[in-house]
Design a protein around this ligand. Structure first.
Ligand code: ZN
Ligand code: FE
Length: 253
């Protein structure tokens, strides 16, 4: 049976995910900056939350951890190195560890660069990767605690995933990311085509992100899409990735 994945719009443009094993009714919450929208979704689904999974320690991904942990009596997972700074931290993970949500198992990838303790959760059977602020649809996170070399290495780990793997990232940034993608690769027709599609989707967006419905969400993407459109996943080497990242830091599309 399927792993159901609910996309919950939180904060300004964040994605919080509710992962629900329909066979066992066990569930996990990925990256929650605020509790209320999550509690409402959990209540309406009838899921039993057994773990809180964090991709990294930034507040827009983790502020609600202590609140949710208390309400559900659930442990909070994050990279071992974030023990002191991830809100609610209880259980440390390292590269190659696994976490279970009902019948579904995620592998942990350590992908430092945006932050030193950034991890991704890969559900091979459900074809879903939770990539936080490292791999966005058509973009990558800022290099707050890492180098272009580290982000390039992170991209190679993610690039090993199959075409059909769905990419559930931390923010709805796809449209502006694609504007940049088309700017740096003007001949990339896949990026241009996807930008047109995402603009159609986003044109119908609710005024308040909290009211967003599935139809206006450009996430998930897929690894196949990212290999075709993402200028950071597509960068030939760390130097090119670094140049593109520096350019985007100051880019106003
Ligand atoms: Zn972040
Ligand atoms: Fe973020």
């Amino acid at each position: 049976m399927a792993l159901r994945i609910d996309r919950i719009p939180t904060w300004k443009d964040n994605y919080t995910y509710l992962l629900h094993c329909e066979e066992t009714n066990e569930a996990a919450v990925v990256d929650a900056p605020e509790a209320d929208p999550v509690l409402r979704r959990v209540e309406s689904s009838g899921a039993k939350v057994v773990s809180i999974l964090s991709t990294h320690h930034h507040p827009d991904h983790s502020m609600a951890n202590p609140d949710l942990a208390q309400r559900f009596g659930a442990p909070v997972y994050g990279h071992v190195s974030d023990r002191e700074r991830l809100p609610g931290f209880t259980n440390g993970l390292e590269e190659g560890d696994t976490v279970r949500v009902g019948r579904h198992v995620a592998r942990v990838l350590h992908i430092p660069a945006h932050t030193r303790g950034h991890i991704a959760y890969v559900f091979d059977d459900a074809l879903a990767v939770f990539s936080g602020d490292t791999l966005f649809a058509a973009g990558c996170g800022r290099l707050f605690e890492g180098t272009p070399e580290m982000m390039f290495a992170a991209m190679r780990k993610l690039d090993a995933l199959p075409d059909a793997m769905r990419v559930f990232c931390g923010h709805e940034y796809t449209e502006s990311n694609l504007v940049f993608a088309v700017h740096v690769e003007p001949d990339n027709l896949a990026a241009q085509w996807k930008l047109d599609r995402v603009r159609e989707i986003r044109a119908k967006a609710a005024a308040d992100w909290h009211d967003a419905t599935d139809s206006e969400m450009s996430v998930p993407s897929t690894l196949a899409d990212e290999r075709a459109t993402n200028p950071f996943l597509r960068a030939a080497d760390a130097a090119e990735l670094g140049r593109r990242r520096a350019l985007k830091d100051n880019f106003r599309g």
